[in-house]
Design a protein around this ligand. Structure first.
Ligand SMILES: [Zn+2]
Length: 68
């Protein structure tokens, strides 16, 4: 209870905002608000077979999350 009250007080001074829309987060939300979460597109990446992560060392920066 004291920890929650302290966290609420700290959030008055340093409010946590959504990383996508900069709106204040509600209690229980982390990083992304529920409204933005609801607008995320469905990718169904979890249905794809596992693939090797390609990380070309010599070609500079590459995102390992790119799925061909
Ligand atoms: Zn948001």
């Amino acid at each position: 209870m004291i920890r929650t009250a302290l966290a609420d007080f700290v959030s008055l001074i340093f409010p946590q905002v959504c990383l996508a829309c900069d709106e204040p987060l509600a209690r229980g939300e982390d990083h992304i608000c529920t409204g933005c979460r609801a607008q995320f597109p469905y990718t169904d990446y979890h249905k794809l077979p596992p693939t090797r992560i390609r990380w070309p060392v010599s070609s500079g920066v590459s995102c390992p999350c790119d799925i061909p």
